[in-house]
Write a protein that binds this ligand. Structure first.
Ligand SMILES: [Mg+2]
Length: 366
C-alpha cells in the first residue's frame, strides 16, 4: 500500500452563538482536514479543530512541509514517517503549530492501517467495546446567566448524559458557587460534574476556588494552573479533594512522565492532535496504565473514543456539542445514553461528507 495523494482543505462551521472558556470566545469552528489516498483506493482521513487561529497556516504546513514526505510511503511505516515529519519541522521546535498537522496525518495513517486490516480502529488497537462513555462539555464561560447554564446541562441530562463539564476561572468564587449549585441541582446528585479552569488560576487561587466548591462533589478539577508549574500541580493536588486532571496542552507523551513522577495527577487528558495522533495517544494510554491513572482524552471524541475503548485505563471521551465534528461527517458516531457508539466499519469509520464540503469549505485568504 502506497500513499499517492495528499489533500488538505478547511471547513468553517458557524456555531450559531458565542462559546468559550476562561481564555477565549469564538463563534466558528474550523476543521482543517487531511486526506491520504493510496494506490489501493483506500483513503485515510484526519482533522484538526483550529477554532479560527491560523487554519490556513495548518493546511500550509501539510502542503509545503509534509506532502513530499508522505507521497510514495507505506502507511504501515507510521513510526518512520513520524521521524521524518518531525525532522522536517525540527527547526521550529517539537511543539506548537508545526506539531498539529503531524497529529492529523497520524490519524489518517491509522485510519488507513485499520482499513487495510479490515477492522474498526478500536479493534485494531485491541479493544472490544463499541460503546464508550462520554461527558458533555459545554464551553459555557461566555454565558453569564447561571440559570441558562444550568438548563443547558439539564437538557443533556434529559438526553441521557450522566457526566458533565462546566467552565470556571473567569468569575469570583461566589458566582462560581452559584453556577455550580444550579448545575448540580439540574443534573442530580449521582451525575459526574467536572470543572475546567483552562490554567486561569495561581496555586493559591486554585485551592481557594476549589475549596469554595467542596459541597458539589466535583469529579475532577481540570487545568487549575499553568501547565508549566509542575511543582504547583503537586501543591494543588495535595490540597484539594477532587482529582486533578490535565494534559490537553501537551505536545509530547513524555510530558506526562513529569506528572506521573510527581505522582498526583488524577486523570490524564491528552489531546489527539497536539500530542501526535493515535500513535502518541496510545503511548500516553500505555504510560497512564503503568501508573493506574484514568485516561480521558481532550476533544476529538469521534477518534479518541476508539482509543478510550482499547486503553486499559480508558475512562471517558469528551463530547463538545459546539464543536461537533458530526456536523461534517458522512456517517458520524451515534451518541446514545451518554455513550459514543463507534461505527462497526474498518478504520475510524468516518469521512467528510460531500454536502458539508460544498457548504462549509473556505479558501484563504477568506
Ligand atoms: Mg480543558
Amino acid at each position: 500500500m502506497e500513499i499517492t495523494e495528499v489533500e488538505s482543505y478547511t471547513l468553517r462551521v458557524p456555531i450559531g452563538r458565542s462559546v468559550g472558556d476562561s481564555r477565549l470566545s469564538i463563534t466558528d469552528v474550523y476543521w482543517v482536514v487531511v486526506e491520504l489516498t493510496t494506490g489501493t483506493g483506500l483513503t485515510g482521513t484526519g482533522w484538526m479543530g483550529s477554532l479560527g487561529f491560523g487554519p490556513d497556516l495548518l493546511s500550509g504546513f501539510v502542503d509545503s512541509q509534509f506532502r513530499d514526505h508522505l507521497v510514495g510511503r507505506d502507511p504501515f511505516e507510521t513510526t518512520a514517517i513520524h521521524r521524518d515529519l518531525r525532522r522536517q519541522t525540527i527547526y521550529y521546535g517539537e511543539t506548537g503549530m508545526a506539531a498539529w498537522p503531524r497529529g492529523a496525518i497520524d490519524v489518517a495513517l491509522w485510519d488507513l492501517k485499520a482499513k487495510a486490516a479490515e477492522e474498526p480502529l478500536y479493534r485494531f488497537l485491541g479493544g472490544a467495546d463499541r460503546r464508550v462513555p462520554a461527558y458533555v462539555s459545554l464551553m459555557d464561560a461566555t454565558e453569564d446567566d447561571a440559570e441558562v447554564v444550568a438548563s443547558r446541562h439539564g437538557q443533556y441530562a434529559e438526553e441521557g448524559f450522566t457526566a458533565f463539564k462546566t467552565k470556571v476561572g473567569n468569575r469570583p468564587t461566589t458566582e462560581e458557587r452559584r453556577r455550580i449549585a444550579a448545575i448540580r441541582e439540574r443534573i442530580g446528585g449521582d451525575a459526574d460534574l467536572f470543572v475546567d479552569a483552562n490554567q486561569a488560576w495561581t496555586v493559591t487561587e486554585a485551592i481557594r476556588h476549589v475549596d469554595a466548591l467542596t459541597d458539589y462533589d466535583l469529579g475532577w478539577v481540570e487545568e487549575p494552573i499553568s501547565e508549566w508549574d509542575l511543582r504547583g500541580h503537586d501543591r494543588v493536588a495535595t490540597a484539594i479533594e477532587p482529582p486533578l486532571a490535565t494534559g490537553e496542552m501537551f505536545y509530547r507523551p513524555e510530558r506526562f512522565e513529569f506528572l506521573f513522577d510527581i505522582g498526583r495527577v488524577g486523570v490524564v487528558q491528552p489531546d489527539l492532535i497536539r500530542l501526535g495522533g493515535v500513535s502518541a495517544l496510545w503511548e500516553a494510554a500505555t504510560m497512564a496504565n503503568r501508573h493506574a491513572v484514568p485516561l480521558a482524552p481532550h476533544f476529538y471524541y469521534a477518534v479518541s473514543a476508539h482509543v478510550v475503548s482499547a486503553a486499559p485505563t480508558g475512562m471517558i471521551a469528551e463530547y463538545i456539542p459546539a464543536y461537533d465534528i458530526a456536523t461534517v461527517l458522512a456517517d458520524p458516531p451515534a451518541i446514545e445514553d451518554g455513550h459514543v457508539v463507534l461505527p462497526d466499519r474498518p478504520g475510524h469509520g468516518y469521512e467528510i461528507s460531500n454536502t458539508a464540503r460544498a457548504e462549509y469549505e473556505v479558501e484563504f485568504p477568506e
